[in-house]
Write a protein that binds this ligand. Structure first.
Ligand SMILES: CC(C)(COP(=O)(O)OP(=O)(O)OC[C@H]1O[C@@H](n2cnc3c(N)ncnc32)[C@H](O)[C@@H]1OP(=O)(O)O)[C@@H](O)C(=O)NCCC(=O)NCCS
Length: 291
């Protein structure tokens, strides 16, 4: 496809609020992108950008993004900022984007039944006591009221979250009631080490099926904070809860502070005996002004 024919690529499948746009050429889908409007209507969140392998490097991304941006601006004139996640960024990209945060990505896989046995063989209490010599109370699971209180009506999470932003998977949300309403509709376990004085907080999706094969699930965890012991403890609590009844294979993806990637990878491999799927990768969550 030449550069000039790109302007003729037809966008399709546009829906309200979340615009899922597919670029179609000669009746073939060659690219797609989803856009959400968040942050009280001020931010356009871009995700799931995909270009077919044979069409990459030809400028499709630019056409798709211009279209989505114009569409969103026409419906949501208050949108001022675009936010998105990028894996590889060069110096040129940093002229274009402001960095919100960098997340390390740890991807491991396991059979739920085997990990459940492993956790019970080790004894969760034993694992927890081996994490540190100092006494640590167990993490606290938060209900919706506690989540709102902690995240919205106090500034206790400001020191834990990057740039006072909740990142769920790769999606950054400002601490606003409208964003909380979106997040609380999702099946997520919210945990914190200490409600009065939090240092580590986590969000874990409930396992959801993925089309890798029969009975494959994905479990995504966002960890905020730098205290390794607390991160391990919360990870174990999430795993214990979600492997209790699950049967099948699990791809577990954890987003965490980059310096915690290596010790958590070793913990997963050496203590939990789970398989590392990918070496270290990181993701930059960034924003730029909508022009
Ligand atoms: C990432 C991907 C969409 C890029 O498509 P491409 O046609 O090869 O794009 P190019 O490398 O030619 O880059 C074109 C422009 O898009 C930008 N771009 C690349 N990836 C981007 C992303 N994920 N989000 C926003 N912009 C992106 C580039 O910075 C470049 O900008 P510039 O012209 O101002 O320099 C494509 O490689 C792909 O589908 N990969 C697999 C899926 C994936 O990793 N998606 C990204 C995260 S969900």
């Amino acid at each position: 496809m030449s550069q000039t024919s790109l302007s003729k690529v037809e966008p399709t499948n546009v829906t309200f609020l979340t615009s899922s746009k597919t670029a179609i050429e000669k009746n073939l889908v060659i690219a797609l992108e989803s856009v959400f409007v968040i942050d009280d209507g001020e931010t356009m969140l871009v995700q799931a950008l995909r270009v077919a392998p044979q069409e990459r490097g030809k400028g499709v991304v630019g056409v798709l993004q211009r279209f989505c941006s114009d569409l969103v601006k026409s419906k949501f004139p208050d949108v001022k900022v675009t936010r998105l996640a990028r894996d590889l960024l060069g110096p040129k990209d940093f002229q274009k984007y402001r960095l919100i945060t960098k997340q390390g990505i740890l991807l491991v896989r396991f059979r739920a039944e085997e990990l459940k046995l492993r956790l019970s063989d080790l004894g969760l209490g034993d694992i927890q006591s081996s994490l540190s010599t100092s006494f640590k109370p167990p993490p606290v699971r938060l209900d919706n009221t506690a989540i709102r209180q902690l995240y919205l009506t106090s500034d206790r999470m400001h020191g834990v979250l990057p740039n006072a932003t909740i990142i769920q998977d790769s999606q950054p949300f400002k601490l606003l009631p409208s964003n909380m309403a979106i997040l609380l509709k999702k099946d997520i376990d919210w945990m914190v080490d200490d409600v009065a004085n939090p240092t580590v907080a986590s969000l874990c999706t409930f396992p959801y099926r993925v089309p890798i094969g029969d009975d494959w699930y994905s479990l995504n965890i966002n960890m905020f904070g730098k205290e390794l012991d607390h991160v391990q403890q919360q990870f174990l609590c999430h795993l214990q809860r979600h492997t209790a009844t699950l049967k099948g294979d699990v791809m577990c993806q954890m987003y965490l502070e980059p310096p915690l990637w290596k010790p958590m990878m070793e913990f997963c491999r050496n203590i939990l005996n789970v398989e590392l799927v990918k070496e270290y990768t990181k993701q930059c969550v960034v924003e730029s002004d909508v022009i």
